[in-house]
Design a protein around this ligand. Sequence first.
Ligand code: PHE
Length: 452
Amino acid sequence: MSEKKADRGKWNSKLGFVLAAAGSAVGLGNIWGFPTQVADNGGATFILIYVICCLCVGLPVMIAEFAIGRHTRRNPVGAFKKLGSGWFPPLIGLWGVMCGVMILSFYLVIAGWTVSFIFEEIFYYLGWHGASAWVSDLGNGPKNAFFSILFMAATIGIITGGVSNGIERATKTMMPVLIFVLIIMIVYVFTLEGSMDGLRMYLLPDLSGLNTDVFFSALGQAFFSLSLGMGALLTYGSYLRKNQNIVESATYVTIADMSIAFLAGLLIIPAMFVAQNAGITIIGEDGRLFSSATLVFDVLPGLFKSMGGAFGLIFGTSFFLLLSMAALTSTISLLEVPVSYVIDEHKIARKKAALLVGGLVLLVSLLISFMPSMIDVFATIFNNIGLPLGGLMLCLFLAWFWKAEHAITEIEQGYEGIHQSMVKPVWILFVKYICPLLIALVLVTTLYNLIF
Ligand code: PHE
């Protein structure tokens, strides 16, 4: 991929593109973010709103990002510059680059945790309890910094060295294995005492808990999990072949992403109730589930330990290994956005650009490594506000500057039947009116609640 990207090449195959985009989408957002949000926002009600956000806002925006990317064959800043004049278009791209940099900086710390827990599982199995406790201490600054640097080094290595066969091939085998491990874990959790209470909370909506915050969180989570609003999928779209059906590919990516998040919730929420059965408090005085950036790491290792011996070791290490791989395919796409911007717009060589931008991001990561409580703050600002705002600007730009009809002419390549299909009027309606209105409504209501 990357050697092709340097000369603005194309994806090897249709499946290769879908897998790479799914690799960007499936990551910590699904396995760390989604269950945390479900716990924080009252269970099943959140899932309902989340599905609506993914299908009614996420999917149309993803189609728009792919179309703009493929049409312009540029990085986000260059793409908007090419399609419109004045100060507004490049600003949308720059906003995305900035969000990408900030999201990557805290993402790296969590990704570092996933790697450190591989070691935690091994050390625990070997009986090295001191080392196991040290490596699993989420507040341990130097340790966090070390693993963040490690993760960034791997990301830069892949971005400069060429992603093509490595990542495309790796994603192809990793995804099924990740799903397999998730399913086995879910089956195991269901055999444990207390899990059914969790399942009930996860699947039965309780509309009494519904408030505007739930919409705010669900929309932000949808953008984050689907890699939207900052130009990551726009950039991936810029390497797309003209004969690929954009609508079909976007649908596959959205469904794959939603399904893996759903599976992760099916594991984590019941696992929380199993933990409660074992005497751990998981529900606060306000009747809400405890949740924080560390939720997944607090709940899962205990579960692996309860499996015991080699069995626990195998599942524990493979789970965290797969999670770190899933995170890696996401950090690559997060870094690719600012890197492609620096290469295209400032004419800096790929390797130098990756090192420069990577180093800059790492500086912020180091700060967060020593203050992990900042993760929640960063996630709220950049995932929940930054990305939907990026998506809003993108929809407005597409509808009123570039015009939806031009986008349709682009989408039509690879999908000739679009003119006879309902997809055309429905997508135009969503991208022109429904998506911007929904996003604006959620952002404005949240701002209003915050101030008054
Ligand atoms: N979608 C990724 C995840 O779920 C995170 C991401 C966000 C990647 C934005 C690229 C752009 O983990």
